[in-house]
Design a protein around this ligand. Structure first.
Ligand SMILES: Nc1ncnc2c1ncn2[C@@H]1O[C@H](COP(=O)(O)OP(=O)(O)OP(=O)(O)O)[C@@H](O)[C@H]1O
Length: 252
């Protein structure tokens, strides 16, 4: 299963916010979308999700990408309606529920809540949760859809390190087991390298790197994209770790 993007260009506010993005991605793994603030990551993800007009062509499995095959989690998901956590989870199935909620839907919702450590919160209403708990519920809700293409914009920004690792671990397992294509915008590039087989690096509205993290993230590309000097070291366990060492001189 593959996603093909050809010459995607997005105009926002009369400006070319994303220029000529072309790439191919395969399902079955997680691809990180990285780059500095304002690089075009959210623009790329929401255009891909069909929420922003764009030029260019997008195909999934050789045909136009059907909105019903995808789930999208925007950057800001702070839902504060008085719905309970279980009700929010079931909304993830809305398109398939018809007029009744089946036992299987409730069982699936409870199983997902258990996987994310949220079982005890099922009957709590959203405004009574912490920010991180709310983000975890919204993340779990997207998996209720069992999407073929899952697009998430900074889905772990409110989570502590353990919850970030757990959540990305579950997302990675979902991609591997279902064959889904998962795209996740992340600011923490060490975390991205740890969980994502592929990486897309954006800067100034352009895709400037795509591939394995060792190839995409180098001292040169980090300086060019972020204006930061960096070292990459091997941890004792063999992980390639990014360490920012300073700001690049003006005009980097
Ligand atoms: N509604 C809008 N109208 C006009 N310009 C916009 C709009 N939304 C975003 N932009 C601009 O488009 C560019 C890309 O923004 P985008 O949100 O895609 O960046 P990003 O890489 O997701 O950044 P961040 O890491 O800060 O979330 C920025 O220059 C931004 O100011």
């Amino acid at each position: 299963m593959s996603l093909e993007i050809r010459n995607m260009t997005v105009m926002r506010g009369g400006r070319k916010t994303l220029a000529d993005v072309s790439l191919s991605l395969s399902g079955g793994g997680v691809t990180a979308v990285v780059g500095p603030n304002g690089a075009g990551k959210s623009t790329f993800l929401s255009a891909l999700a069909g929420l922003l007009p764009h030029d260019g062509a997008i195909t999934w499995k050789g045909a136009a990408l059907d909105r019903r095959a995808l789930a999208y989690m925007p950057q800001n998901t702070d839902m504060r309606s008085a719905l309970t956590v279980l009700e929010v989870m079931l909304l993830g199935r809305l398109e398939r529920l018809g007029v009744r909620v089946g036992e299987e839907d409730i069982a699936d919702a409870m199983a997902l809540l258990a996987r994310f450590g949220l079982s005890d919160l099922a009957s709590r209403t959203m405004p009574t949760l912490s920010g991180g708990q709310r983000q975890l519920v919204m993340l779990s809700q997207r998996l209720m859809r069992r999407p073929e293409v899952l697009i998430m914009d900074e889905p772990t920004s409110a989570l502590d390190i353990r919850h970030q690792m757990e959540a990305l671990g579950h997302i990675e397992t979902y991609a591997r087991e279902s064959g889904a294509l998962v795209l996740v915008a992340l600011h923490d590039i060490n975390l991205a390298a740890r969980f994502c087989g592929q990486m897309l690096l954006f800067a100034r509205g352009r895709l400037i790197g795509a591939g394995a993290h060792e190839d995409v993230l180098t001292a040169t590309t980090i300086r060019g994209a972020y204006g930061v000097e960096a070292e990459f070291v091997a941890s004792p366990a063999g992980h390639r770790v990014f360490i920012p060492t300073g700001l690049a001189p003006a005009g980097f």
